[in-house]
Design a protein around this ligand. Structure first.
Ligand SMILES: Nc1ncnc2c1ncn2[C@@H]1O[C@H](COP(=O)(O)OP(=O)(O)O)[C@@H](O)[C@H]1O
Ligand SMILES: [Mg+2]
Length: 456
């Protein structure tokens, strides 16, 4: 009988294994289906967008009488409505091939992809071509990061967001390119070449344009999640445009759980460093604060060597959080192992010492953008209305901003020495014991500026 029992259980095991396999297969198919649906929806949106743009171009070519305008409006709302539905069959057509473009020069060679300046052969128009990064974690299918980049850029049509013209494909399956308007500079490369920082009136203009764009994104429930000077493009007409939506995503209220592995270290908000899983627009506002500081001095404001060092530099500049200034911060995952000094820094004084030429309202704005507590950072609309922008010197009109020779326009660029956006799958290195150890060694060196970080 023993043999029988063995046989039974072996058979049972085989059946169980088979069932498990089937279940897994079912799960996989379901996930695959969901992904395909997402892909299809995105593709549909791209094609509708292209059709809408073609339509708008045609419309633009005709003289606009009143009657005509009314018809246009109807047509546009028709296109809008159809975004929610399946596209009419006539609007389907395949993406064009990248061979319609002639590459002029590389602009930027990153570790993941590259951007080049190119000319559309048919029209002679100069554009920027960005090859989408294919995620090595994704086996097959279109990477979700690429989809988000396309979706967010398509949604974010704004004067100060880079214009996505079209998606084109190469001969390989994984070759997908964004065709964008070409801009002569990015703020990082530009500032590296400038002998002096921008003037206060110019900084105001740039900051207003940036905040306008970010406010628009937030109004449309998009977080950029990688605001930094290399992702801000500038043309020779004094206009900046927000670019690189590779980290962007939709969010909601209340904010969903999202990865903390976002935003390039030097521009990363304290709540992210402390491991918050729920965060909101305030992380982009923090980055704007860092960019404001960088525009004032031409140097990145908080250049941490790693997550812990970043946090330490933040506390040096902004003081340490307390239960009063940031209720509940101690509950954040990485805050538990952190013991902070009792003596409070006066953030206003530190900022004034660091930026002696900044007016009182300027330092008030910077201080509020860099509030440790995300809830007290002002939303974009409030930033735009800040008295700093109303006082003298007033913001310069864009047309009066200086122009510069374009590196992107002529030659291959160096790779930036600053850190790049985080990669999916890299865990932040702030956790329990690690944190303590690294800080312990800092205790000796970190005595400048009257600030000391003491740890367990
Ligand atoms: N439309 C554009 N016009 C001109 N230069 C661009 C454009 N888009 C990107 N670049 C340049 O390429 C760099 C990298 O592009 P980005 O979109 O930020 O890609 P990545 O995800 O690799 O950071 C930018 O910092 C900028 O210098
Ligand atoms: Mg970038």
């Amino acid at each position: 009988m023993a043999a029988g029992r063995w046989a039974d259980s072996a058979e049972d095991a085989a059946i169980a294994a088979q069932r498990k396999k089937e279940k897994e297969e079912e799960k996989r198919l379901k996930a695959e289906k969901a992904r395909q649906a997402e892909e299809e929806a995105a593709k549909r949106k791209i094609q509708e967008e292209q059709a809408a743009r073609a339509q708008q171009r045609d419309d633009g070519n005709e003289r606009a009488g009143k009657r005509r305008r009314i018809e246009d409006e109807d047509m546009k709302s028709e296109v809008k409505k159809s975004n929610l539905l399946r596209a009419p069959r006539s609007e389907w057509y395949p993406s064009r091939n990248v061979s319609n473009f002639e590459r002029l020069n590389h602009i930027e060679e990153g570790s993941y992809g590259w951007v080049s300046r190119a000319r559309e052969i048919g029209t002679g128009e100069v554009v920027a071509l960005k090859k989408l990064k294919m995620d090595s974690n994704d086996t097959g299918g279109f990477p979700v990061t690429g989809l988000r980049e396309i979706q967010c850029l398509m949604e974010a049509r704004h004067k100060h967001v880079v214009d996505l013209r079209e998606i084109v494909v190469g001969n390989e399956l994984d070759e997908v390119y964004l065709v964008m308007e070409f801009l002569e500079h990015d703020l990082k490369t530009l500032q590296e070449d400038m002998s002096e920082p921008f003037m206060p009136s110019e900084i105001k203009t740039l900051l207003l344009q940036l905040t306008d764009a970010v406010g628009f994104l937030h109004k449309h429930w998009i977080l950029h999640r990688d605001l930094k000077t290399s992702n801000i493009l500038m043309n020779n007409r004094g206009e900046i445009k927000l670019a690189d939506f590779g980290m962007a995503r939709y969010f909601g209220d209340p904010a969903p759980q999202m990865t903390q592995l976002v935003v390039t270290l030097w521009y990363r908000a304290p709540e992210l460093l402390l491991g918050a899983e729920r965060y909101d627009q305030a992380i982009d506002i923090w980055s704007i604060g860092c960019i404001f500081g960088e525009l004032l001095t031409k140097e990145p404001l908080l250049q941490g060597k790693n997550e812990v060092d970043q946090l330490s530099k933040i506390f040096e500049l902004c003081g340490v959080p307390t239960d009063e200034t940031w209720p509940g911060f101690k509950r954040l995952p990485n805050a538990k192992s952190l013991r902070l000094p009792r003596n409070q820094q006066n953030m206003g004084a530190v900022i004034r010492a660091k930026f002696p030429f900044l007016t009182a309202s300027g330092s008030d704005l910077l201080t509020s953008l860099l509030s440790l507590n995300p809830a007290t950072r002002p939303p974009a609309q409030e930033v735009l209305a800040h008295p700093y922008f109303a006082e003298n010197p007033r913001p310069k009109s864009s047309a009066m901003l200086p122009t510069f020779p374009s590196k992107a326009g002529q030659e291959k660029r160096r790779r930036h020495a600053s850190p790049s956006a985080p990669v999916r799958g890299n865990a932040p290195k702030i956790a329990g014991s690690d944190f303590t150890d690294i800080f312990a060694s800092r205790a000796n060196e970190e005595s400048g500026a009257g600030f000391q970080l003491k740890l367990v």
